[in-house]
Design a protein around this ligand. Structure first.
Ligand code: TXA
Ligand code: MG
Length: 327
């Protein structure tokens, strides 16, 4: 694996590599992605191998603008309204696949829907415009583990098993995109994965979102119980630190004198907390603490996605069973 500076040379090298079938990790505003050209079965297959990702878990296709996605995905009025309002940005739409054949079937795991997103990050944008083809990219981490918000996380999680890494510094938002299913126009939009765009912002445009029933694991494989998980055990809603625990706090709450304490946002700002969450989990996971205690986090706005990730991270490893892990 070779690191690249995301200047025009670096982006040129990365684009050529993608077109040659290579895997390129690149920054987005949410988390780093591990990219392959979405039309190439061989390249997309390498993503699944590199992440150890189960093949039934479909990937997000990234494009530079909505027009490029409209070639293969069916946008209804709601999808157009959301795309107009939030693209480029941290929103993924699951839409009906219009034509089979353009995108590798491995990307969609054989479903007749496809997840699409237009990222905001200038490096992601430049790369997409250079290759002029859709890029399939899951988060650039080993399946089931914490998503990477820095180039160093990508390296730590995936090792050398891919070709290039565009280092764009820390991700500004730090939690994955919000995934909304609009593939059935007779149904309300469904929130498949809370993320960096708050539910309230989406509902303001298309009305109340339905919640994914707890049993529908296959509809959104990335929403399975244990996921986004560090190595160390996590204890949620902690009000007092126990011996040997590191502490992840919020808004300056003090729950004891743990040797490793990090504050997601000392001023109690949920966007700042979202941006810091994975980075701080990476750091505390690498510390010599035995476990990580997390204080209660308010469940409004981006707090919904933060709490979702914390709940999945806190699932005991034994629930890893059946079809998890994913994404
Ligand atoms: O912020 C993000 O979304 C990042 C950056 C790199 O763009 N990507 C990302 O990809 O988080 P990944 O693969 O880690 O998560 C994609 C999620 C998974 O939960 C997957 O199951 C779901 O999207 N997904 C993809 N295609 C789907 C489909 N057709 N129907 C339902 N869920 C789908
Ligand atoms: Mg992922």
């Amino acid at each position: 694996m070779q690191r690249l500076i995301p200047d025009s040379n670096g982006i040129g090298t990365a684009a050529k590599a993608l077109l040659d079938g290579d895997l390129v990790a690149f920054p987005t505003e949410t988390v780093y992605g591990l990219g392959a050209i979405a039309t190439s079965d061989r390249s997309v297959a390498r993503i699944f191998a590199c992440k150890g990702r189960p093949s039934y878990n479909p990937l997000i296709v990234h494009v530079a603008e909505r027009a490029s996605a409209a070639v293969f995905a069916d946008f209804d009025e709601r999808a157009i309204a959301l795309a107009d309002a939030f693209w480029p940005g941290p929103l993924t739409l699951v839409l009906r696949l219009k034509v089979h054949g353009a995108i590798s079937r491995l990307v969609t795991a054989g479903l007749d829907t496809i997840a699409v997103r237009v990222p905001l990050h200038p490096t992601a944008q430049a790369l997409l415009r250079r290759v002029e083809l859709p890029i399939a990219a899951p988060s650039a981490n080993a399946s089931g583990s914490i998503s990477p918000t820095r180039a160093s996380h990508v390296e730590a999680s995936l090792g050398e098993d891919f070709d290039y890494l565009l280092d764009g510094g820390p991700a500004s938002m730090g939690l994955e995109s919000t995934v909304i299913d609009l593939s059935d126009d007779a149904q309300p939009g469904m929130l498949l994965r809370p993320g960096s765009l708050a539910r309230e912002d989406i509902e303001a445009l298309i009305g109340p979102l339905a919640q994914l029933p707890a049993s529908s694991g296959i509809k959104a494989p990335g929403m399975l119980a244990r996921h986004y998980a560090p190595q160390k055990p996590i204890r949620l809603n902690a009000t007092a630190a126990e011996n040997g625990e590191a502490v992840l706090t919020f808004g300056n709450q003090s729950i004891g004198r743990a040797p490793h304490t990090m504050d997601l946002s000392s001023r109690g700002d949920l966007a700042e907390a979202a941006a810091n969450l994975y980075d701080m989990l990476w750091t505390l996971d690498a510390s010599d603490a035995e476990a990580i205690a997390v204080v209660p986090i308010p469940n409004l706005g981006l707090g919904e996605a933060i709490n979702d990730r914390l709940r999945r991270a806190a699932q005991p490893a034994s629930t890893h069973s059946t079809r998890a892990p994913a994404a």
